[in-house]
Design a protein around this ligand. Sequence first.
Ligand SMILES: [Zn+2]
Length: 260
Amino acid sequence: MSMRFYPFSAGSYVVNQGTLDNVNWGIPYEHPLPMYAIRHPKGTVIFDTGHNHRGLIDPKSWYGPSIEGIIKINITEADCLPAQLKRAGIDPDEVTHVVLSHMHIDHAGEMASFPNALFVVRASELSYGWWAPLHMRYNYVFNDLKDTRFFNYLELPDTVDFDLFRDGALICLATPGHTPGHQSLMVTLPDYDQPIILCADACYTPTNLENGNLYSSNLIWNVEAWYRTIEKLKYFRSIGCDLWYGHHMESWREKIKAFA
Ligand SMILES: [Zn+2]
């Protein structure tokens, strides 16, 4: 079975570190915006689509209040997924599946670039994408989602793990807590010695995992579910999985070296 794994970052954000660990308030923190392509014999899969390129020209009118909390957006059109795919020799039209960890601004931004793909999303996440409760609504950008409503969706239940091709290569792990319909992706490559878990926002940084530091309250849907998810990730690490954190520059730079 031949597979190939491509990690990309859609530039970076600089944010207030306290939003990620509820401790270091006021400290600027730069983090990557990971997104991935995986070529598998049964299809070309995207996991998360990053921040979108369409709103970069007039960010205030495109993203609205969604970007008010971000100190700096270090993103050019060349950083966004369509341009990165092109440079890697992947035609967006060959993408068969788009798996979304969740539908926040920096994960679902480029959904509209894949109108022919099957979107694998948790059912609750879709409702949140369209109409989240007030305190979490700003994390979702209506302009990113408005053209995707009648795309092709596989709406998975929120709490089960799902083996995408029934061969163990790509397993969507239910990891709710940050949002109700959050999922991570376990990737088992034939030529890499550990299964990789792309945590996405189930776990932003090692501090969340090691010290149990929660995110700020508007970034947590359910505290109990979030801690259960952290325990699930710790278990997978204990049996040899390689955890790729959602927003941690140092480990990101280290981990992507094997796939340069
Ligand atoms: Zn998020």
